[in-house]
Write a new protein. Structure first.
Lengths: 514, 329
């Protein structure tokens, strides 16, 4: 009851004209920043920090503005994933897998609206989770030591096969490539630079955003350039159908179980510091594929494949606020920025934040609820507007994509070296596309590889070189079991399933037979 | 490039028109800019933003301080950029800390040395702490050191910097002063940030934590961890007065993570004097004192030449320590 009374106080703080206006502005700006490739939530928030200072806002209004941007960007990331096959930020990567095929089938409107609803469900229930469970969840986060984190990341890689149905070997190759790229930079456990060739720009490793924008956005531009004037020229292709804007209720209803499951998964991933929204959306997608993809439609434009990662990553965004508010430990890059803002506003984050600054915490939580409804209300009518992007001819769209990529990446680090790295990734992406190697595992390898390695070494080092520590707790044993089952089951049953599927597949002309 | 030339030309004209004696007072930056050599959210970013905001609030700079995040190489990218490309920029200051000095001392900024830039001043220091979980049996720094002496593998110490970084060096300084002969045996586990390391201390993966007072502050207040020693010359004022220093426990170790600024090496004397004066005024203001208090920053009042000498000293001592522990060959 205390909690609800506090929440009511929070609403009293949040429901002023100024704060509502700030939330609205934040949601709108965030959505746009999320949709632009290269400008993810953490950069979006960072860019707007000076705005909060110049307006002379106090801690609560500043936080309301910035978290609205955060949630807005999590919503917005899906837009370019679905329409252009270019993820607006890391967590939106998984939405490409089914969102873009849906758009190609002329269901872009439905995909956007459905993902908007899924985002809302994920974020809304995650906020409730934050309200009701924050103190208990901190204990869950404390169960995770280095060994458990290592098991968790291994679990993520074990289910990697779920991403592409076509060729597992190519997925594995792509993941290995990503893991290799993750090794670049100064090794924190020894202080020795690896694969940096004396180049100081590489000491901090490769920025995921640079890799993503290069692999997805630039390679798209290269493919366009390559096919210009040939019979595969997409600029002369008949216009893509936008389709209906509001998805039928039956479609949403069919995705409800998916949204429910992935919200929980995503939320848990968000709560763990260091795991974050990317892992949330990734695990959500692969688990959901394992669970419900009986007709092998995931990856070809299955609405559930759009709902799963979106609910997952928005739930993770809410979950990431748990360790930030309850412990003062950032669960993701964006929450690290938010923490810095708190510090700059003379609010000390830490275990006592709830007690010392209840107005800040509860005002923020109330603002999250309000922001969620605003985002839903803003996103559904804007679907029509967003889909106009598809009507822009590629010969105009592609140069714009290239321009936004360059500006966005330069804006993050201010270094022209990153631009060269991005072009390098663009070429790599183009080559990989030619070879039919999926791009998502490359990013996942880069994104998770470092954490996986570092936690492995921490665990073994703490245990003085005893590898037994990796299976030393019930939690890690549990995670390992799930990883093994997730890896082995499809191999054992995959063949049988495939045989059963052969007839319908052939009639659709779907998969090639071996 | 062109704009720069024009600007420089204008500056020359302006200087020629003004009597020489008044130079120091007459410089005002057109576009004050602060480079934070890391991504948003870190300590350098905080230094730039907080100082920029306070300078503006106090009316010490004519317009908003533009904060540019130029991350990479643990600050090395920004350092190289300033030395190579913006060496005569009068409007620019760059956030720095002990980590900058550490990397300069360990040649981690390839080809760069500390005298390629001008050091402006410090805005405070964050003293190091060594802490354990609240329920730990260890209750003093000598007790911790004794256990490390008898069995170095039994104590895993975590901190927020890489191996060889400042959090690691602090604990090695203490160990050395406590009479540990082989400091390389100290089991240091690197984390991505102090907060993550404290979380692992609470989770029971680590036996001890080395970090800055500001990182530990929130957890001490909530009663989750206990501070064994603060690595300051004497007890800190205010709410931190309860923490014993290492020195009073017989281990003469001092480790301060200072925060401050450097400026391009060819900055004009007038501009350098201007920035030193503004940082000094900022440091003396009650507004900055309150920022320091909320963030657990301790006094470190050094500007201009005194600061330059201080940085040179700390680079030299870190260099000799790094050589001793084998990080630097």
């Amino acid at each position: 009851m205390d909690t609800l009374a506090n929440l009511a106080d929070g609403f009293a703080v949040a429901l002023t004209f100024q704060n509502l206006g700030l939330a609205l502005m934040g949601c709108f700006l965030g959505t746009i920043m999320g949709a632009l490739p290269g400008l993810g939530p953490s950069n979006g928030v960072a860019i707007l920090i000076p705005l909060g200072f110049t307006l002379g806002l106090g801690p609560t209004p500043s936080l309301i503005l910035l978290t609205s941007v955060y949630f807005g960007a999590m919503y917005g990331g899906r837009i370019s994933s679905i329409l252009l096959n270019i993820p607006g930020d890391e967590p939106a990567m998984m939405t490409c897998l089914d969102g873009y095929p849906m758009a190609q089938k002329g269901r872009a409107g439905e995909a956007l609206a459905l993902s908007g609803v899924a985002s809302f469900v994920g974020a809304f229930f995650a906020t409730w989770g934050l309200v009701l469970l924050a103190p208990q969840l901190v204990k869950v986060a404390l169960l995770f030591g280095p060994a458990e984190y290592f098991a968790l990341f291994t679990l993520a890689f074990a289910t990697l096969g779920g991403i592409s149905a076509t060729n597992q070997a190519k997925s594995a190759f792509a993941a290995a490539l990503g893991l290799g790229l993750a090794m670049v930079g100064v090794d924190t456990q020894t202080g020795v630079p690896r694969f940096t060739f004396g180049e100081v720009h590489l000491y901090d490793g490769i920025d995921f955003l640079v890799a993503i924008v290069g692999l997805f956005a630039l390679s798209e531009v290269f493919v366009f350039l390559e096919h210009r004037g040939t019979d595969r020229d997409i600029s002369t292709k008949p216009k893509v159908q936008i389709g209906r804007i509001i998805p039928p209720w039956s479609l949403i209803r069919s995705c409800i179980p998916t949204m429910g499951r992935t919200t929980i998964l995503g939320f848990i991933a968000g709560v763990l510091p260091g795991a974050g929204a990317s892992l949330g959306s990734f695990i959500s997608y692969t688990m959901e594929k394992r669970l419900v993809d009986r007709d092998k439609t995931f990856g070809t434009g299955d609405p559930r494949g759009v709902a799963a990662p979106e609910a997952g990553n928005n739930a993770a965004a809410g979950g990431a606020l748990v360790p930030m508010l309850a412990l003062g430990v950032p669960g993701s890059g964006t929450t690290a920025v938010l923490l810095a803002v708190l510090l700059a506003l003379n609010v000390t984050p830490g275990p006592l934040l709830f007690t010392n600054n209840p107005d800040v915490v509860w005002g923020l939580i109330a603002a999250l609820f309000i922001g969620n409804f605003m985002l839903l209300a803003m996103n559904i009518p804007m679907v029509g507007l967003f889909t106009r992007v598809l009507l822009v001819p590629p010969r105009i769209l592609m140069p714009i994509v290239a321009m936004i990529s360059f500006v966005g990446i330069y804006g993050i680090s201010g270094s022209s070296f990153d631009l060269l790295v991005m072009v390098g990734f663009g070429v790599l992406g183009w080559v990989l596309r030619k070879l039919d190697v999926p791009l998502v595992p490359v990013i996942l390898g880069t994104l998770l590889g470092n954490e996986m390695e570092v936690n492995f070494r921490r665990a073994v080092e703490i245990a003085n070189g005893d590898y037994g520590v990796l299976v030393g707790s019930p939690l890690s044993i549990g995670l390992w079991s799930i990883a093994v089952v997730g890896f082995v089951l499809p191999i054992l049953f995959g063949a049988r399933l495939k045989r059963r599927m052969r007839i319908p597949e052939d009639s659709e002309g779907g998969l090639t037979r071996d | 490039m062109k704009l720069d030339t024009i600007r420089r030309g204008l500056a020359v004209l302006a200087l020629a028109a003004v009597p020489l004696a008044a130079q120091a007072q007459d410089f005002t930056p057109e576009n004050p800019e602060c480079i934070a050599p890391a991504n948003p959210g870190g300590g350098w970013d905080f230094t730039c933003r907080q100082v920029g905001k306070t300078l503006q609030d106090l009316g010490l700079i004519p317009s908003t301080m533009q904060v540019v995040n130029l991350s990479g190489g643990g600050g090395g990218v920004a350092y190289a950029e300033v030395v190579n490309k913006r060496n005569d920029d009068n409007d620019l200051i760059v956030a720095a800390s002990s980590a900058t000095a550490t990397r300069l001392a360990q040649n981690a900024y390839p080809g760069n040395t500390m005298d390629q830039v001008r050091w402006i001043g410090a805005v405070g220091a964050d003293y190091g702490v060594i802490a354990v979980a609240a329920d730990s049996e260890i209750d003093s720094l000598p007790a911790l050191m004794d256990q490390m002496k008898s069995d170095p593998t039994s104590i895993a110490i975590g901190g927020g910097s890489a191996v060889g970084g400042w959090d690691h060096l602090k604990v090695l300084i203490a160990a050395q002063k406590a009479g540990l002969t082989d400091v390389r045996a100290v089991k240091y586990i690197a984390f991505a940030g102090g907060g993550e390391a404290v979380t692992q201390l609470l989770a029971g993966s680590l036996q001890a934590f080395t970090g800055d007072l500001s990182e530990a502050k929130g957890f001490v207040e909530s009663g989750d961890i206990k501070v064994l020693a603060v690595l300051a010359p004497e007890r800190l004022p205010g709410e931190f007065a309860d923490f014993p220093t290492a020195r009073e426990q017989g281990i003469d170790a001092i480790g301060a993570n200072w925060r401050g600024f450097y400026a391009p090496g060819a900055m004009s004397d007038a501009a350098y004097a201007y920035w030193v004066a503004q940082i000094a005024t900022l440091y003396d203001s009650p507004e900055w004192k309150s920022v320091m208090e909320t963030n657990g920053l301790a006094p470190l009042d050094l500007q201009g030449d005194a600061f330059q000498a201080f940085v040179a000293d700390s680079v030299a001592s870190i260099e000799s320590l790094s050589r001793e522990i084998g990080i630097l060959k």
